[in-house]
Design a protein. Structure first.
Length: 321
């Protein structure tokens, strides 16, 4: 018997959300939902304080859970606040690969246009990301203020070479531009490997793990490079829209932005029964955490357990099934 595999199971860590359907945050009445916590200061701050800090910082990294529409609405509000302060930052998207950058640039240069048409030109519906309608508030904010939008992630062809050969698949000039010097640092490798295994619900094949870590590390390097390149031509700095895993100060994009003025904000879903903000801060190496309701309470590993087991089963076992 052959089972149908879930079309949205994540096969590359942190690339897409597990859920494919539209989701709405659940109203839980959690005491942290809607509040903002400064982990370094050990204190809550207001949204006005967050907006003020973002407006005064050259590079603002906004980490999200991809399938939470509230995160995208809040990201748009930060972009609005920065632009209303008089700055015009570039908006860099993790979800759009560098080979699509001409599409974004041409759209941004017009200053107005149909955002549904932009999604079609980007072939968003084929990308594996949650529905464009979730992300559209970000594009609307950029359009509202005449901001340049920039594709942030590795080009498809580059990513393919990384998948097949890891860092060895990169040219010398690419390694130099990405600031990839040799192998992934051991502390970073350990955390990324653990994250990948957890994202694959314990089914990640060990022989592929080193290459998957290198791909993830290279993606962080590319997002940082896209930000650096964007701000050379845009005086207003830059805003990165990316998954929370990409904005971690210890292992991700900020490591490639040392010496730059950076503010990292993570939008984090609350967990039932967990009300200590310090616990969340210990798990998220960021400057500010903006707590939101959860979009669902379903464990994706349990929901897709049978499909995942079949997908990662050895080839001979699949043929016998």
């Amino acid at each position: 018997m052959t089972r149908t595999r879930p079309s949205c199971v994540v096969l590359l860590v942190l690339a897409t959300a597990l859920g494919c359907q539209s989701v709405r945050p659940e109203a839980s009445g959690h005491p942290l939902a809607g509040r903002i916590y400064d982990g370094r200061a050990g204190a809550f701050v207001t949204d006005a304080e967050l907006y003020s800090r973002a407006a005064a910082t050259e590079l603002v990294l906004l980490g999200e859970k991809h399938d939470n529409p509230e995160h995208h609405r809040l990201q748009a509000s930060v972009i609005d606040a920065i632009a209303e302060s008089g700055r015009r930052p570039a908006v860099v998207w993790e979800m759009i690969t560098r080979d699509r950058d001409p599409v974004l640039r041409s759209f941004s240069s017009v200053g107005s246009g149909d955002l549904a048409e932009l999604a079609q030109r980007l072939e968003w519906s084929k990308s594996g990301w949650p529905e464009w309608e979730m992300y559209q508030p970000i594009a609307e904010a950029a359009q509202r203020h005449g901001l340049v939008m920039v594709a942030g992630d590795l080009a498809g062809e580059t990513r393919s070479r990384l998948h097949h050969a890891g860092f060895d698949g990169l040219r010398a000039d690419e390694r130099s531009a990405l600031r990839l010097d040799g192998s992934v640092p051991d502390p970073v490798y350990a955390v990324l490997a653990e994250t990948i295994e957890r994202a694959h619900c314990g089914h990640a094949m060990q022989e592929h793990l080193p290459r998957m870590v290198e791909v993830q590390h290279a993606r962080d390097a590319q997002l940082a490079l896209s930000l650096r390149e964007a701000v050379t031509s845009v005086a207003g700095g830059g805003v990165l829209i990316a998954g929370t895993g990409h904005v971690d100060r210890n292992i991700a994009v900020p490591r490639f932005l040392l010496g730059r003025d950076v503010l990292v904000v993570a939008f984090v879903e609350v967990t039932a029964g967990e009300t200590a903000p310090e616990r969340y801060a210990a798990q998220n190496a960021v400057d500010l955490i903006w707590f939101t309701e959860r979009v669902d309470s379903v464990d994706p590993c349990e929901a897709f357990r049978e499909q995942l087991e079949e997908h990662f089963a050895p080839q001979d076992e699949r043929q016998e099934a």
